[in-house]
Design a protein around this ligand. Structure first.
Ligand SMILES: [Zn+2]
Length: 419
């Protein structure tokens, strides 16, 4: 086995463009490549073929996760892994996930087998986006033993197809998915390159983000029940206006999160329904959704406690009923400080201006971090737009990100000691 030639920057950029054609929607409407769909399968096969053309060895596990490996000198040392995903949201962008896969392939082809001490592995995780089945990071959850067979068994897409049917129809074996879990010592480190999907890098005018933590969402559904009455015939003193109470909760939530802003905690109400939603009726019922994210669990808990106290106060002082249902309570993930330091140091050596930052969005790296020392590198997203057809990262930033990833993997693969 040998690498026929290093993958060029041109090929890196043109393949990202080419992959956008594997989509159920026309490119003018963005990329729609849902997990385990036909286009998703074709995109994976395309990358496998490309890697093989360059001389790399490719394997797939029982659920379709792809492992592309460049062997190192010492197979007794755990390999260094990189990777990301190829599936998209409906009408998504060209770069989310694909960047990390293509930059990983670029990195592996810059070396010959046995040139580095440790092996390098590019992992393409299946079903990172929750769009089709409501489950995010499926591939990395399976690889790290975070499986929920009971729930997954019943999970269906919008057309009534179960997750397990979709996996099997794509040619994999859902019945054996727990066998895909990786050994705890399979990798010495994992580094994922991804687009930022936010505006922090642009605002700071930095080309690289060194991600030291991933903020996982804590989500609630809130139902506020009052009394729907005529807006003209009901005096102010007799009202049980659900929307007024909802508004109090929303503004208080905002100030609770503002108090925690220095720790990076954020809280959002982005979805709200008012019933009956008529101009001349006092709202009798309001349902809204709360999304709290941060990297400091204590900080998130203070916001949640503040929220619970406020709800108790409102219910004690007014004839209003409020229910708070927990939808998800994932723990924030701190990434490996030594790996982050290695990346920052490489940036300094290359005179690259970087920003230490958090990821507000979840990634496969979140689960890989449970088993292996893990870090992430971000490049800017134009105007912070992502999961949208206008998602854009510049060729210069992509090249810089791929170069930094390569240098990082090279350095880690030549280290004998583990991080
Ligand atoms: Zn992604």
């Amino acid at each position: 086995m040998h690498i026929k030639k290093p993958l060029s920057f041109d090929k890196l950029l043109s393949t990202i463009e080419k992959l956008a054609a594997y989509s159920e929607t026309n490119i003018a409407d963005g990329v729609t490549r849902l997990a385990y769909s036909q286009n998703d399968e074709l995109a994976h096969q395309y990358i496998i073929k490309l890697a093989q053309q360059y001389g790399l060895d490719c394997q797939q596990d029982i659920v379709g996760n792809v492992f592309i490996t460049l062997p190192g000198q010492d197979p007794s040392l755990p390999a260094i892994a990189t990777g990301s995903h190829l599936d998209s949201v409906p009408n998504g962008g060209k770069y989310d996930g694909i960047l990390g896969v293509m930059a990983g392939l670029y990195s592996l082809t810059q070396f010959q087998p046995k040139q580095l001490t440790r092996s390098l592995t590019l992992i393409i995780f299946r079903c990172e986006e929750s769009s089709r089945f409501g489950i995010s990071c499926l591939g990395s959850k399976i690889l790290t033993g975070n499986i929920d067979p009971q729930k997954w068994h019943e999970t269906k897409d919008n057309h009534g197809k179960t997750l397990y049917q979709a996996i099997d129809e794509a040619g994999y074996q859902s019945a054996k998915l727990e066998q895909a879990e990786l050994a705890n010592d399979a990798y010495g480190a994992f580094v994922e390159l991804h687009i930022e999907q936010g505006k922090c890098l642009e605002a700071a005018n930095k080309a690289i983000g060194v991600v030291n933590g991933i903020a996982a969402p804590t989500r609630f559904r809130v139902d506020v029940y009052g009394q729907a009455d005529h807006s003209g015939a009901t005096p102010m003193s007799q009202r049980q206006d659900a929307l007024v109470s909802a508004a109090t909760i929303i503004t208080t939530l905002n100030s609770l999160a503002n108090h925690e802003a220095q720790l990076g905690t954020v809280a959002t109400v982005g979805k709200l329904n008012v019933y009956p939603n008529a101009i001349n009726v006092i709202p009798g019922h309001v349902r809204f959704y709360i999304d709290i994210r941060g990297i400091e669990l204590d900080s998130i808990n203070r916001v949640v406690q503040g929220l619970q106290q406020l709800i108790a106060q409102i219910m004690a002082s007014q004839p209003i009923t409020i229910t708070l249902d927990s939808l998800s309570q994932e723990h924030p993930v701190k990434l490996n400080p030594r790996l982050c330091q290695t990346i920052s140091q490489l940036c300094s050596e290359q005179h690259i201006e970087y920003l230490d930052m958090l990821s507000g969005a979840g990634h496969d790296a979140m689960y890989m971090a449970q088993k292996y020392p893990t870090a992430m590198i971000f490049i800017p997203s134009k105007a912070g737009i992502s999961h949208h057809k206008d998602e854009f990262s510049s060729p210069d930033d992509i090249i810089l990100g791929a170069t930094l990833l390569t240098k990082t993997l090279e350095k880690l693969a030549n280290q004998k000691e583990n991080n």
